[in-house]
Structure formats: C-alpha cells, structure tokens
Design a protein around this ligand. Structure first.
Ligand code: UDP
Length: 455
C-alpha cells in the first residue's frame, strides 16, 4: 500500500489477544500506516503477534499474568475479565514510559483499543490522551449486545427453551436463539461484561469493521448508542490485504490440492480459531462430508476437539473412503482459499471475519454457529442477505450431507451464490474511491489529525 504523506504522529493500537481480534486490528494499523501515521502495538504476552511480519510497526509487550487455567478453559469471558484486571496497571506504566521518551513529531496522537480491552479507558483518561474504540463484530451484534441488559431488565432474559424460536422485541430478525449469549461461563458474567463496556467514558469515536451496504439501518442504531462519530471502514481484509497475522502456521499445500479441483466444486470447512467440538461431532462431520461425495477442504485445528487424547480424530475407514476427494489441514490460508476458483461453498461457524471474508468473495455458506456473535451473523447470512443456510445445533451426518448437497447444488445453491456475487460486487464499490468505507476511512484520518493540531 502506498504511503501517502509523511507525518510521524503515533497511533497506539491495543488488540484483544484472540485471532479474530488481532487480525482486523493489525489490518487497521496497516491502513493507518499507509496514511502516514506511525504505529505502535501494545500487546499481551499471551498470543503475541509476530513483529517480523510487520517490520514497520513497533511492538511493546505488557505482562498479562494469565493463569493456565483460564487460558485452557475455553471460557472467553473469564479470559477477558482476567486480561482487563491484570493489564490495567502495566498498560498505564507502558504509556507513561512512552510519553516520557517521545520525541517531537513522534507523539501519541491517539489510542485505538479493542472495545473488549476496556481497561485502556482508565489509563487514557489518566493520561488525558484521545482514544477511539474498535469493534471487530458486526453492527447487528454491537446493538444486540447492548440490548441484552435492557432485555434482562424487562424480564425477557434468561429465556425458556419454549421461546427459542420467538422474535426478540426490537431486534428483528433475531430470535431468542440468535442472541449473542455465550456458550461458556455464566450469563451473569456476560451481563457484567456488557455493563463494563457501557461504563467506558473516554472514547471519541467508534471504528467498526463492517460495511454500510450490509448494515445500513443497523449502523444508524449504533450511531444512536455511542458518543462521537461511527466509522464503518470494512471489510478491512480487503483494504489491507497483504498483512498476515495468523497465530498458527498456514498450510499452503491445500492450494495445490484446490488447483486440481473443478470450478465451484469444493466445500471449505472451518470453524475458526475458538469453537470446540465433541469427538462424536467430528465423526458426524466426517461421514456427512464423505457421503455428500462433494470434494472438501477441512480445517481441523489443534485443540478443536474437546478433551480428546486420541491421536487419530477421524473415524476408522474415513480416509480410505474419501481418498483424494478430501484435503485436511491444521490451518489454512483462509482468505486465499475463499478467493480460489474451485471453492464453491463455505461451512462456517460464522465468526465475523470469516463471514466478511466469504461475502467479499461471493462464496455462499452453511452456517453452524456455536456461541456469541456467530448466532447473530448466521441469522443475517441466512435471513437478511440470504446467502447461506443454517444447520441444526446437533450435528448429524444425514443433515450435513443434505446441507452440503443443497448448498453446492444448482437450484438453491446457485441462487445463493448469485446473491453472494451481487453482494461481493457491492462491497467492492464500498471500498473503492468515493465508496462508503473509503470515505469513512478518510474521515477517521481527519479525526486523528485533529487530535494533533501541531501537525
Ligand atoms: N483463519 C485462517 N485459517 C484457518 C481458519 C481461520 O486464517 O484455517 C482465519 C480466518 O481467515 C479469520 C480468523 O481466522 O480471519 C477467524 O476469525 P473469525 O472472526 O471468523 O472467528 P473466530 O476465530 O474469532 O471465532
């Protein structure tokens, strides 16, 4: 990306140390760097990014003192609480050191922190530094999360199983089962997290990794909820395509396998970086894919299967049955995979990054959300943009086989693919010169410059 002008004011980024949050934050850094800002990333020791992949950024590590127990528990809310508790003091010390050492023209212009790294709020208030929050979810999730507290107050939450399919008042088209509630940890913890998010005071604006064309009216609602402007500047991976922030090593051999497959024939299967499944669910997925006879590329990342001590996760006879028709890797170069001509569908957990990466390539989806915002995204994929179909929570081979056939088939799948391609074209217009994301990005740049009048 071309560097437009030389201005050395520093933007400090504070990502949440999870793959789906680090990636868009570093993409945002790449964009701001191309606009002439210098970038410093303050990160935890846990899941620290690889500085060698971003030689133009500075990286400063702060101690997080995370317990092994919370790291291995898979309980993301507990992890977020612990990070926020443990990092507040080291973060403040780090900022103090930075400001003591800073030179003229290399002063901190502002702090951009992941909304879930809300400990930053106290430090920036103390240091009287401008700050901007960064939301890595959709606008729909942003709104739904804020509404959880209200729904609780009005007695709608917690809800009974009988209400699973009912529409949530004020959150059309979400049903109660689509609310961004966590599968892990107590619901009370989630409410506490939402209160903590609401308590932030300092932020001057909100940057959100979504695109106007997907969520126009929802973005207007976001604007009503926050102080200062809202900048929908996504999809960031399209604007900053050359950065690689993968925490696991990507296995590029699957691209060679994809090269040998027919156009639009492959179903790509990945449940992201956090979802956990049971051993028997792996077997159901395996036989569902095999029985569909469709070529598949499947990511089985280390740790995907809960409490599994077994070396061989796949059922007996499965590899022999599928032969060359299936390719299994531990971690794929997902953006490259989705851009590949032979990929015709994506079975996804509907993480927001995966959703946007798929939409940006015109790839229709099988949605199997597991927790949190994935449910909101799945509902929008299947019922608003109508570029995917949802499968049941309970994974069963017959249903998987049927879903793969529906998605990859000419009639229903073809219609979804066409709608996905139409959306892809519209998204491309949004990031081009004069498009909504392009304009938001320019407005963001102006705001950051306004924090540094001496420039
Ligand atoms: N990803 C990847 N290779 C894989 C699986 C996932 O590079 O084999 C990337 C994917 O491109 C996305 C991120 O990991 O950018 C996952 O983020 P998402 O928000 O979709 O889900 P999360 O992991 O946060 O649940």
């Amino acid at each position: 990306m071309e560097r437009k002008r030389q201005r050395f004011n520093k933007v400090v980024l504070v990502p949440l140390p999870l793959q789906g949050h680090i990636t868009p934050m570093l993409q945002l850094g790449t964009i701001l760097h191309s606009k002439g800002f210098s970038i410093t990333v303050i990160h935890t020791k846990f899941n620290s990014p690889d500085p060698s992949k971003y030689p133009e950024f500075s990286f400063l590590s702060i101690p997080d003192n995370l317990s092994d127990q919370v790291i291995s528990s898979g309980n993301i809310i507990s992890l977020i609480f612990e990070i926020n508790m443990n990092c507040q003091a080291p973060f403040l010390e780090c900022l103090v050191r930075m400001t003591e050492q800073q030179k003229l023209y290399d002063e901190i212009a502002c702090i951009i922190y992941d909304e879930l790294m809300y400990f930053s709020d106290t430090a920036v208030a103390r240091m009287k530094l401008p700050s901007i929050t960064f939301c890595t979810t959709s606008a729909a999730t942003f709104n739904a999360r804020l509404d959880l507290l209200q729904l609780k107050e009005e007695g709608y939450l917690p809800f009974q199983d009988a209400a699973l399919q009912d529409l949530v008042p004020g959150l059309h088209p979400l049903r109660f089962k689509d609310l961004p509630l966590s599968r892990f940890g107590a619901t009370e913890d989630l409410f506490q997290l939402m209160s903590n998010l609401k308590a932030r005071k300092t932020s001057s604006a909100l940057v959100i990794n979504t695109v106007d064309i997907l969520e126009k009216s929802l973005l207007l609602q976001v604007q009503q909820q926050v102080q200062g402007p809202v900048f929908p500047i996504g999809p960031l991976h399209l604007v900053a395509p050359d950065s690689s922030s993968s925490l696991l090593e990507e296995d590029g051999s699957c691209i060679t396998w994809l090269d040998k497959q027919n156009r639009n024939s492959v179903i790509y299967v990945s449940l992201g970086s956090l979802v956990l499944v049971e051993e028997n669910e792996v077997a159901e997925m395996a036989w569902g894919l095999a029985n569909s006879k469709q070529p598949f590329l499947w990511v089985i990342r280390p740790g995907l299967v809960i409490n599994s001590q077994r070396k061989e996760l796949l059922p007996e006879g499965f590899q022999e049955t599928v032969g060359e028709n299936g390719c299994i890797v531990k971690w794929a170069p997902q953006k490259e995979v989705l851009a590949h001509d032979s990929v015709g569908g994506f079975w996804t957990h509907c993480g927001w990054n995966s959703t946007m990466e798929s939409l940006s390539q015109g790839v229709p989806m099988i949605c199997r959300p597991s927790s949190g915002d994935q449910r909101v995204n799945a509902r929008h994929i299947s019922h608003v943009w109508r570029v995917g179909l949802e499968v049941n929570d309970k994974l069963e081979r017959v249903e998987i086989e049927r879903a793969v056939r529906r998605l990859m088939g000419a009639k229903e799948g073809g219609e979804m693919r066409q709608r996905a391609i139409n959306l892809k074209e519209k998204i491309e217009l949004c990031i081009g010169e004069g498009g909504s994301s392009y304009n938001s990005s320019s407005e963001l740049e102006k705001l950051i410059i306004s924090f540094t009048p001496e420039c």
